[in-house]
Design a protein around this ligand. Structure first.
Ligand code: APR
Length: 175
């Protein structure tokens, strides 16, 4: 199973699908959302604004315009409120829904940022474990995508995702 972690800016990664950490209005924002919209150009926002709202845990797909990708999947992660508002389930759901949309367009390689780990304040180690498990479970049962990369913009996020992937591999190897 090809799951990788890289350090850097997601807008520079060539991939079939780049995933955006969007808000429910799909109206653009700061963080990775701002970076993706800047790199894609204004047509991305124009398309997003035709799509209506997207609920936390869900995702929508658009073209990628000037990005080095075919599509952008905009997924809406949960805001962290302490863990009592279904945050874990919603974080898993937005990863799962993203992969379903990517598979529908025949994507082999999907690149995720650390959804909900910035402005939405999800604890990073917990988010990394949920993201890694959800992606691995999906890939184990579906032909596409066959490669997923998590791109991390900060050292602490990079460490957390590497640890989560290592734990995944060791749990798969144990009898
Ligand atoms: N490439 C990769 N990762 C990035 C980049 C980038 N260019 N820029 C920021 N990040 C990282 C952040 O460091 C963080 O680890 O993306 C992760 C997610 O952070 P946010 O972008 O703040 O996303 P999130 O926590 O899901 O909050 C979403 O923020 O920008 C708004 O419109 C967006 O309201 C929504 C909210």
């Amino acid at each position: 199973m090809q799951i990788y972690v890289e350090f850097g800016d997601i807008t520079t990664i060539t991939s079939d699908v780049i995933v955006n950490a969007a808000n429910g209005a799909l109206s653009g924002g700061g963080g990775v959302d701002g970076a993706i919209h800047r790199a894609a150009g204004p047509q991305l926002l124009e398309e997003c604004l035709t799509l209506g709202r997207c609920a936390p845990g869900d995702a929508v797909i658009t073209s990628a315009y000037e990005l080095p990708a075919r599509h952008v999947v905009h997924c809406v992660g949960p805001v962290w409120y302490g863990g009592e508002r279904n945050e874990d389930r919603l974080l898993a759901s937005c990863h799962h829904r993203t992969l379903e949309l990517a598979a529908e367009v025949g994507a082999h390689h999907v690149t995720f940022p650390a959804i909900s780990c910035g402005a939405y304040r999800f604890p990073i180690n917990r988010a990394a474990t949920i993201a890694a498990r959800t992606v691995a479970n999906f890939m184990a049962s579906q032909a596409l995508p066959d490669k997923v990369t998590f791109v991390c913009f900060e050292r602490k996020t990079f460490r957390a995702f590497n640890k989560a992937i290592e734990e995944l591999h060791s749990s798969q190897q144990s009898p």
